[in-house]
Design a protein around this ligand. Sequence first.
Ligand code: FES
Length: 577
Amino acid sequence: MKLRSQNWFSGVSLNTFVHRSWTGAQGFSRDVFDGRPVIGICNSWSELTNCNAHLRMVAEAVKRGVWEAGGLPLEFPTISLGEVLVKPTTMLLRNLMAMDVEEAIKGNPIDGVVLLCGCDKTTPAQLMGAASADLPAIMVPGGPMLKGNWRGEEIGSGTDVFRFWDMVRSGRLSEEEFCAIESAMHRSAGHCMTMGTASTMTSLAEALGMTLTGCANIPAPDSRRMAIAQQTGRRIVAMVQEDLRPSQVLTRNAFENAIRVLMAIGGSTNALIHLKAIAGRLGVPLELDDYDQFARTTPLLLNVKPSGRYLMEDVFYAGGVPAVMAELGDLLHLDAMTVTGKSMGENLVGAVVHNRDVIRPRDEPMATEGGLAVVRGNLAPRGAVIKQSAATPRLLRHRGRAVVFPNRDDLLARIDDPDLPVDADSVLVLQNGGPRGAPGMPEWGQLPIPEKLLRQGITDMVRISDARMSGTSYGTVVLHVTPEAAIGGPLAAVRDGDWIELDVAQRRLHLDLPAEEIAARMATWSPPEPLYQRGYGRLFLEHVLQADEGCDFDFLRKLPDAPRDDVAARFAKMGHS
Ligand code: FES
């Protein structure tokens, strides 16, 4: 098999002289261009992405494995997206990172690629880009942080921050104590160690078959993280020789496995958007109703925050993703191909659960249904999502009057106003938090509880928006209302005092108004002014799809029957420039 990289490095010509001479200037012995596979190490390392800040070390371990197996490792950066620092939201830039990953892989002399990810968006962005490039690819997540611990209490990213902050706002925790928790909560390398979006997406990368078995949940500082990175380096060289590509791994069956695992682990609502976007890159059909169908028939097994009590370190000790998948057993497509070159079923041989309180048995689950549910109705004709495993059970069926905030600025200005006409039965509604409205669909969906209610001991209310929510968040929060308010979805018609009904068991979200009244209100509606007039923001506004379509750009989805865009095949015509 002629390697793709040989188009750059093999033979005697002006071009190959240039490629070998300049690349070799890094100090490589010239025999590294002897036809060995070139392995790109796609690194989302950045000191602005704290969760990925240790990935240079992981890359060194990958390189050891690549050299051992007879490959040539070449590490390259892409933009990186750190959840806590990037404003206004990393979701605005996920597609940009995916484009960066795709074009970097396609434009360079790469035969196979190892994807190094961690923080929330870095995982789906790399999978989207690698799926579109469709060269042999394998993923090594950086792993979760060690558990936080404050005064003997184990505490987790996000989930406990929100809890402690509400305690500060209600006067039950001092600001001094709150600040002391900062260094006790995040104390090692790695990504958030609750079942937030990072832990969800890295676990799903493994469930999709895109990592070595047992890779996703190894804590970042654990020496086994480096060992599996080295093994991954060896494996990608073999994958190039086998020509095993993402399109052979990321099949409909693989996505069904991932959705089963998503439901069993109580994963982030954000996964619905990301899985849809990844599937769209390969033309794999995946609908919002698929998620709901699997939610109804998959038990919630994982007892981890925000749906339970443990943290990702405990999940790893209990057996991690392989143990969860072994427990799901016949609910999965065990014949799905994986990057190991074996089926998922073969990978799972020997996987056992070591702690039955962390990973529950199927006949004694945390809940008989999966963590997420899709609701529909005249308020969300194309669907909305709720993480029922992290909601208050009595609020899953609720009728209340709307308190409406037309945008985030208005919410922040009025939510703690003592005169806000709100009580514990009210339904808080945020408009214009969606893909085009915000824009970028930020994690604004867990609307804060009004301070005057917090002081009465109210800790949860029904909240509805077209925004997203951090995977570490909790509460009775309806998200991703589609179509969003900013493109004229019915959410834009809601006014203060309207009655709203939520019934999760019936999968219903209803605005109790006659259709004629909703139509009359929308007849006088006009869209918000676009925030961006130029640059990437304008590209985003013109091309982003709705939440139920994965929020990818319309032009990045796989076109039916389109041939692979193979730069190497066009190489001879392009020449050197
Ligand atoms: Fe990076 Fe939470 S901030 S995973």
